[in-house]
Design a binder for this molecule. Structure first.
Ligand SMILES: O=C(O)CCC(=O)C(=O)O
Length: 275
């Protein structure tokens, strides 16, 4: 049985997620889960899996580490996904009767890291169609507004999928204009007014829609890491699809055919609304 949130998610926050495609929920994750996440991040960094990566270059003054799906080998991350309140919070914001856990990601920027996280939408990277999909970005360190993840308010309703790019070298995944994937716009030049970049504390959650444009600067702080776990959640309307080129993460081993719901047993159903 998953744990309850530290406080109720308000109707205004649900409405803000609908309108903006992003909302920062202050003080909603009970603090003991922050300790679980710290343990999970350390476990991911001490072992390696298919998607464990150093995104920063050798001459970067810091280190940008990322990983997808580390919960498969790090029990603390699976515990957080299955037993923390994030599944309920995702279902509430998605106005869904259920939430299923798709995958987790670890994002660590050591002090002084120069490498940014390129502007992108998450959904075009992988095999999910539907509107009920969100990402819950949970920092375990205080993150000031010039270091935090930046989300473009309203971009989830632009009606456009942008070409996914690799953080390391901005290489693509074999999806381009002829497949319906547009070149990402210059967000800092053309959409600066719509950027949400809230200062955050451990226990706060930044939740954004799968089609929300987001990116992050490096970590300019001298003495503090920026350690984060994000988890991706789908609701009632999400289905499996195939896209041209490479998918990341790749869910082709889950036994689903295009058009089938993303549901258990392929993806654990973590929260279910009781009437
Ligand atoms: O934390 C970051 O720097 C990147 C996070 C991100 O792009 C994501 O959660 O999709």
């Amino acid at each position: 049985m998953p744990d309850a949130p530290a406080r109720t998610v308000t109707g205004d926050e649900v409405a803000q997620f609908d309108t903006d495609g992003v909302v920062c929920l202050k003080g909603v994750l009970p603090q003991h889960w922050v300790a679980v996440l710290e343990q999970g991040i350390a476990g991911a960094m001490a072992s390696a899996g298919r998607y464990t990566r150093r995104q920063s270059d050798g001459d970067d003054p810091g280190l940008f580490f990322s990983d997808y799906g580390a919960s498969a080998r790090v029990p603390a991350l699976m515990d957080y996904a299955l037993h923390s309140p994030v599944g309920e919070i995702a279902a509430t914001l998605l106005r869904s009767n259920r939430s299923n856990f798709l995958y987790d990601a670890v994002w660590v920027k050591e002090p002084g890291t120069a490498k940014p996280s390129a502007w992108h939408q998450d959904q075009p990277y992988y095999a999910v169609d539907g509107r009920q999909i969100c990402i819950v970005w949970a920092p375990v360190d205080p993150v000031p507004e010039d270091v935090v993840l930046r989300c473009v308010r309203g971009s989830h309703r632009w009606g456009k999928a942008f070409k996914p790019l690799r953080f390391k070298d901005l290489g693509d995944y074999g999806r381009n204009g002829t497949d319906g994937y547009a070149e990402p716009p210059d967000i800092d030049r053309d959409h600066a007014d719509a950027i949400l970049a809230p200062a955050m504390e451990p226990g706060d959650l930044l939740v954004f829609h799968g089609m929300c444009m987001h990116g992050a600067p490096g970590n300019s702080q001298a003495g503090r890491s920026r350690r984060v776990v994000s988890t991706t959640w789908v609701g009632d309307d999400a289905v499996y699809i195939e896209r041209p080129g490479e998918m990341e993460p790749d869910f082709s081993d889950r036994g689903l055919k295009p058009g089938e719901p993303l549901d258990a047993p392929a993806f654990p159903r973590v929260y279910e609304r009781t009437l």
